[in-house]
Write a protein that binds this ligand. Structure first.
Ligand code: SF4
Length: 419
């Protein structure tokens, strides 16, 4: 590999909000080689859009602020440049395509005028030359009857066509890097496939690199060379898309992959269900931010928990801590274990004694005592210590304590990329 075109290093971005400081991006690093497609993937709130917008400092400041890290683009640290200095990059060497094409186009100007303006903003050419270039671009992105349609207004175009216009605007100055933030999410499935194919073709044609933001691993499989899986502002796993899909090394990636619908009915039902929501960014969980949802959360070493049992016990504790156990509704007759999906009995007698005492606490109306008892006895490394991004034996790094002792057998690939 040569020098990357884009190198994001230990990027930290925070927002001051009424609810406190939100660390939207917390130590994110990734590289993009010339001509390569890197997908940032994760659920809403994972920080992928903020990370992308910060490449050319498009985040609103305030309330947002880049508090640390570097964004090295072709040898220049963009994070250290002023807005004025960044004009030489935005829309010129670095193009942007956003999720909502409606918001990217001005309704009172024709698409032709907007394209001509975008071209002339960065190139000193007469209007007639810019118009020729606009026609060429619109033709290339698949707008039919360009000579007529170039003088139409945005409202005269369908959603898919508007997104093609926005892509044409992003390509106006032949960028070296295209940042595409969920560019197909607002489109129906057929149009989505067309736009993805178009981006792929344009990239091959122009040798341009692309950072593509999506929550959809099906799309990643279509277009990515490498993938960066983000959760709660951090990188959970990153690597070559084939490696990550075939041997996911992080439980979050595994769960995202399992959520891709499989047309083979025999494979349905094997999915690892991802329950719960992404954490409140103003109050993230301690340790591994995924531990409140992780199906493989590491049990305390002092006890012998059967597969899955510790997750059930931890869910009960978290429900008690979060006020989701109504003490008044529990009485001597309540089957707490059935109500909260707890194991009937744990095979380890010491662990069972702790759980039984916590259940008794809850039935007696002291939910806090139940939570305290479980927290003290069953502390997990996953909430005590934040895992570092580390090599995993599968050839790519992940941030998960399961790899501290090399004890995880990576799950087999659930979907083959580039099928
Ligand atoms: S560190 Fe623990 S909670 Fe986090 S992903 Fe790994 S096993 Fe799950």
């Amino acid at each position: 590999m040569g020098d990357p075109l884009l190198s994001v290093r230990d990027l930290h971005i925070q927002f001051d909000t009424e609810d406190g400081t939100v660390r939207a991006v917390d130590g994110v690093s990734f590289d993009v080689e010339p001509g390569e497609t890197v997908c940032l993937v994760g659920e809403s709130g994972s920080g992928k859009t903020v990370a992308c917008e910060s490449i050319t400092k498009l985040i609103p400041t305030p309330p947002g602020e880049i508090t640390g890290g570097e964004v090295d683009f072709d040898g220049e640290n963009l994070a250290a440049l002023s807005s004025r200095e960044l004009e030489a990059y935005r829309g010129c060497r670095i193009g942007h395509v956003f999720q909502n094409p409606q918001g990217a186009l001005d309704p009172v100007y024709t698409v032709g005028d907007q394209l001509v303006e975008a071209i002339r903003l960065h190139r000193d050419v007469p209007k007639s030359v810019a118009r020729e270039r606009a026609i060429e671009l619109l033709d290339r992105v698949g707008i039919g009857d360009v000579e007529e349609r170039i003088d139409d207004y945005p409202h005269q175009f369908s959603g898919g066509m508007k997104q093609r216009v926005v892509i044409a605007m992003a390509l106006a100055c032949d960028p070296d890097l295209l940042i595409a933030d969920e560019p197909t999410t607002a489109l129906d499935v057929t149009i989505q496939a067309q736009v993805l194919r178009l981006l792929d073709d344009l990239q091959d044609e122009r040798g341009m690199a692309m950072v593509f933001v999506t929550h959809d691993l099906g799309v990643v499989a279509e277009i990515a060379d490498r993938v960066v899986v983000m959760y709660a502002g951090k990188v959970m796993e990153t690597g070559d898309v084939y490696q990550v899909f075939e041997n996911p090394s992080h439980p979050y990636t595994e769960a995202l992959l399992a959520s891709i619908p499989d047309p083979d009915p025999r494979k349905r039902g094997d999915a690892v269900e991802l329950t719960g929501d992404v954490p409140d960014p103003s109050n993230p969980p301690a340790g591994c931010s995924f531990h409140p949802r992780c199906p493989h959360v590491v049990p305390p070493a002092a006890y012998d928990f059967p597969e899955g049992s510790f997750r059930q016990v931890l869910d009960f504790r978290l429900a008690a801590e979060n006020g989701d156990v109504d003490a008044e509704a529990l009485d001597d007759g309540t089957d707490v274990r059935a109500e909260f999906d707890l194991p009937r009995a744990l095979p380890d007698p010491d662990a069972e004694a702790v759980l039984a005492a916590a259940v008794d606490d809850a039935v007696a109306g002291d939910v806090d005592a139940a939570a305290d008892r479980l927290r003290e006895a069953f502390a997990t490394v996953c909430e005590q210590r934040e895992p570092e991004l580390q090599e995993t034996g599968t050839g790519h790094p992940a941030a998960c304590h399961l790899h501290d002792a090399g004890e995880k057998d990576p799950a087999p690939g659930l979907t083959q990329p580039h099928d």
